[in-house]
Design a protein around this ligand. Structure first.
Ligand code: GAL
Length: 732
């Protein structure tokens, strides 16, 4: 039987290369996911983390491994890992974004074993994405999960669930690859069970079984067919139904392996006239996501990975995310499956193609990405070009062929920024920085980036710039909604990110997000959020800080209000200023156009005139559905502190975000409140972040990490002149 041991805890870490004889007192104990150094949220560069470090873990085998194989599996480590066990090197992995595993069996001992990883986190020119410049930081550490897997000499190596005819007569074909590490062949029977299988209203399982002879020292792939499945519930954006397939392998000695994989039944096709999910056309509206977080680089545990997917799905309301520019955490992709969020996943790389060895890694990355992720229903397109690289016919013919061979069920794209680039993929995926949407040169056409560096915008920029940033996203999205030959547009990007000196705002940040690096919204976030179906969540979001004299020539004219309501009432204090309709003339195509309120200058905001609270009421069917208040008297009145979660796992790695802001009496952040906030923590956890924290645009965030002992964590935030704020988190 298969044993899977989570292997994240009790690692020893030293920020230098050390050999296996170096005593443990040179190391400190850490839990994975781990970054080699915690950083501020900006103003640093790769020299702070780009070094060689050493990880080690001492362990005894939990059970005898005779007649079995023992693998160490890493979900990823940045960027080159040399792994040894008991002083014997078992392998080197080059590449920071895909999983790797090594067979430890021959070198294990009865007593204590020493697993050691020498990890090079420098910008290695021989490994993608490096070789030239790159617009993002890659960070360091064994930053994803690790496990020890013990299996029989004959075991399942991979299962590919291929669904077909899902709209008419759903079928499932499961390709099961078995490995036999014995020197003799082995007769086995393979049983596959589909859960939950609902027939005539009752939950059942349905099973298929085959027998096979697995050759010595080799592999065998057998396909099990489930035809004529009835009552299959399709995976969709609103109802992302998931199934699991459980594989059991039996030999004469009994059950020798079990393996489960999760998947969904859905049909996803890019056609010349649009993207179709389960036969219905859906306009794709999305954002790019980098995997980096403030302070911890890429080393975010499961909870934060899932939270990002929730932010994209529920706070931003998008239906697709591009994992720019590399395969992202399995927890993130799992969450996209669970929430119903489509994914374009791509290989690592940025604007540069290296030599033949480097290209060899590219092909390996294609394989590793697809082998890891081809059962995820959320993934609808593979990106098999280096983002924005020049044409390379031989390389991209090979990446496309490999992708189609490993996964005949999905189309490919390859992200480019020139329209004349060779079209070797199935979908023409194009980064469009024209500030509009260009007429496609090939179809199917998908815009994979827009905006970004064309109008970098900070949460602490002037209101006019933040409004224009939002309008630029709006114009592109509105335009693409009106173009039947464009399948969708994925904006650059969801969150601000850390970058190199060749890019960004000098503080090593690219302020390209519709949210900041803390995942707190700019006005541009409201362009996306306001496209949410009002039945799900009606909302009104004014793109203003409602100050009398901060814009050119003072006042607030025009006032742009993003909303999914049908009508808008604008009140100044208690007095109705007017009723407004969405601005369909300027934005004819996007599902929910904003309200553009004009003339406010003449009514109230003459320089120095009496200034009132802004009160907005969104109406649906003539009835109030959502409202917003912004105070005219915008003095700091409260320090708000909120935790995303009130409970954490006491595993030494789990984290939640703490958001804090200084607000008016209605809870609106005051963008020019830049006071320092001091934090204290009591209990079974620690703060991860800058403390004191000088507010950025009136707000900020840090994390609380749980320790391994359960208990209660209390965090208090304080600043002179305001009452302090406290949150309590329980760890179990
Ligand atoms: C693109 C690139 C992205 C990012 C973006 C900024 O050219 O693909 O990684 O740099 O520009 O707008």
């Amino acid at each position: 039987m298969r044993t899977i041991l989570p292997f994240n805890d009790q690692w020893l870490f030293a920020p230098e290369p050390l050999d296996a004889r170096t005593p443990d007192d040179r190391f400190k104990t850490v839990t994975l996911p781990h970054t080699t150094v915690e950083l501020p949220h900006r103003n640093f560069d790769p020299s702070e983390y780009g070094f060689i470090s050493t990880y080690r873990k001492r362990f005894t085998m939990p059970e005898p491994a005779k007649g079995r194989r023992v693998f160490i599996e890493f979900d990823a480590a940045m960027i080159a890992a040399t792994v040894s066990i008991n002083g014997v090197q078992v392998g080197i992995n080059e590449g920071g974004y895909t999983p790797f595993s090594f067979d430890l069996t021959e070198h294990l001992r009865g007593g204590e074993n020493l697993l050691q990883v020498e990890l090079d986190s420098s910008e290695r020119a021989d490994i993608p994405p490096f070789g030239y410049v790159v617009d993002y930081l890659t960070f360091s550490g064994i930053y994803r999960d690790v496990r020890l897997v013990i299996v029989d000499n004959v075991h399942v190596e991979n299962v590919f669930t291929r669904t077909s005819d899902v709209l008419t007569a759903p079928k499932l074909s499961a390709d099961v690859r078995l490995r036999n590490a014995n020197r003799f062949d082995r007769a086995v029977s393979i049983r596959a069970t589909l859960h939950p299988y609902l027939q005539r209203g009752s939950a059942n399982a349905v099973t298929q079984e085959v027998t096979a002879l697995v050759p010595p020292d080799g592999t065998l792939t057998t396909t099990l067919h489930f035809d004529n499945l009835s009552g299959i519930h399709l995976w969709s954006l609103d109802d992302p139904k998931l199934y699991t397939l459980e594989i059991e392998v039996t030999a004469d000695s009994g059950l020798i392996d079990t393996y489960t994989t999760r998947f969904g039944f859905r049909e996803a096709i890019f056609k010349d006239d649009g993207f179709y999910l389960n036969g219905s056309k859906i306009k794709l509206i999305g954002l790019n996501r980098h995997q980096m977080y403030p302070y911890i680089g890429a080393a975010a545990p499961q909870r934060l990975q899932c939270r990002d997917a929730e932010i994209l799905k529920y706070d931003l309301g998008v239906n697709i995310v591009r994992t720019s520019h590399y395969p992202q955490s399995p927890h993130f992709i799992d969450a996209c499956d669970q929430l119903g969020l489509l994914v374009l996943e791509e290989i690592p790389g940025w604007q540069f193609i290296g030599d033949e060895d480097w290209k060899g890694i590219v092909l390996r990355d294609v394989e590793a990405m697809i082998m890891r992720d081809r059962n995820h229903p959320s993934i609808v397109l593979w990106g098999v070009r280096i983002n924005e690289s020049w044409d390379d016919e031989a390389l991209y013919t090979a990446t496309n062929a490999l992708a189609h061979k490993l996964d005949p069920t999905r189309q490919t794209g390859g992200i480019r920024y020139f329209l004349t680039s060779q079209f070797l993929e199935d979908v023409f995926t194009y980064n469009d920085f024209s500030n509009t949407v260009v007429e496609p040169s090939h179809t199917p056409h998908l815009v994979t980036e827009h905006n970004g560096h064309m109008f970098s915008t900070k949460t602490f920029d002037n209101e006019e710039r933040q409004v224009e940033h939002a309008l630029r996203h709006l114009r592109v999205q509105d335009k693409q909604f009106g173009m039947p030959n464009v399948t969708g547009a994925i904006g650059w990007c969801a969150f601000d990110y850390n970058t190199h000196k060749e890019f960004g705002s000098g503080d090593r940040m690219c302020y390209h997000g519709v949210m900041d690096i803390f995942r707190l919204p700019k006005f541009a976030a409201y362009v996306y959020e306001s496209q949410i179906d009002p039945k799900v969540r009606p909302l009104v979001r004014a793109a203003t800080f409602w100050t009398p004299g901060d814009r050119a020539a003072n006042g607030n004219d025009p006032l742009v209000v993003f909303s999914n309501c049908e009508e808008l009432e604008v009140y100044l204090g208690d007095k109705l200023y007017g009723r407004f309709q969405p601005d369909r003339e300027t934005y004819p195509s996007i599902p929910h156009a904003p309200f553009v309120v004009k003339g406010l200058a003449h009514n109230m905001t003459h320089w120095g005139e009496n200034y009132f609270d802004l009160h907005l009421v969104g109406l649906i069917d003539g009835k109030p559905a959502a409202e917003q208040w912004i105070e005219a008297n915008s003095l700091p009145v409260q320090l708000v502190l909120e935790a995303d979660d009130t409970e954490l796992d006491a595993d030494g790695a789990d984290m939640t975000r703490l958001v804090f802001k200084v607000t008016d009496k209605y809870g609106n952040r005051l963008p020019y409140a830049i006071m320092p906030i001091n934090f204290t923590l009591e209990g079974a956890g620690n703060l991860v972040g800058e403390n004191p924290f000088p507010l950025v645009g009136g707000q900020g965030a840090m994390y609380v990490r749980a320790h391994t002992s359960p208990g209660t964590i209390t965090v208090t935030a304080s600043t002179p002149r305001l009452p302090s704020a406290t949150v309590t988190i329980v760890t179990r």
